[in-house]
Structures are given as C-alpha cells and as structure tokens.
Design a protein around this ligand. Structure first.
Ligand code: 5GP
Ligand code: ZN
Length: 115
C-alpha cells in the first residue's frame, strides 16, 4: 500500500534498524522503545490488522507466531525470563499504524493490566 509507513519500511524505502528478514516478514526496532527489547514483527504484505487476516493468511500468521517470534525472543535474549507479544487492534486497542504488527517486548517486568 503506497502510503503505508510499514510497507515502506518493509520495502526499505524508509530506514529502520532491521533485526530479521525473510521472504514473508521483517522485524525492526521500534522508534520509541517501551522496554529494553522492543521490536515490531510485520508481514511484508499489507494486512491492516488481526481482523483483516484472511483464510489465505493462515500460513503467514503461523509463520510469524510459530517460527519468527520465538526465534527472535531467543536471539534477543528475552526467551528465558519472558516477554510480551502485543497486537494492538483498532481504535480502542490503541493501534496507531494500520499495518499488522506484533510488538515483541522484553528485558523488564511487565505490568498487568496494560494501560
Ligand atoms: P501501535 O501503536 O500501532 O500498536 O504501534 C505502532 C508502533 O510503531 C509504535 O510503537 C511506534 O513507536 C512505532 N513506529 C511508528 N512509526 C515508526 C517508524 O517510522 N519506525 C519505527 N521503527 N517504528 C515506528
Ligand atoms: Zn502496509
């Protein structure tokens, strides 16, 4: 999608600190980190949110959750102590960028409930 900031990051038209890339997704450091480890994992394909995922996207969603996020959590050193995966969705969910992204946050104790 031409005016989507995360599509531009995935296409490397906007710089970011990439921590992972494969044919289906990229992961990069959040611009305003909320924890010592804070990366965003996104599909290269534009999907607006969790709600917009279609039947055809099941393999992509599974790839991100089953393959990529656990691997990154281990590589970034947060797997052992624990971490949080967040997909803010829609207005009340606090989604500010309308391209599906999974926050991977770790390196400190998380509070519950979230704000
Ligand atoms: P949301 O609020 O939609 O769940 O999360 C969007 C996240 O994207 C925020 O944590 C914000 O800091 C991050 N973000 C927004 N624009 C950019 C950008 O241009 N580069 C990077 N690396 N992160 C961004
Ligand atoms: Zn996009």
């Amino acid at each position: 999608m031409s005016d989507c900031i995360f599509c531009k990051i995935a296409a490397k038209e906007i710089p970011s600190t990439l921590v992972y890339e494969d044919d289906q997704c990229v992961a990069f450091k959040d611009l305003e980190p909320q924890a010592p480890v804070h990366v965003l994992v996104i599909p290269k394909k534009h999907v607006e949110s969790v709600l917009a995922l279609q039947e055809d996207d099941k393999a992509l969603a599974a790839h991100i959750l089953v393959d990529v996020i656990p691997k990154l959590a281990k590589e970034l050193g947060v797997a052992e102590k624990g971490f949080r995966v967040v997909a803010n969705t829609g207005e009340e969910g606090g989604q500010s960028v309308k391209h599906l992204h999974f926050h991977l946050l770790g390196g400190r104790s998380m509070q519950w409930p979230p704000g």
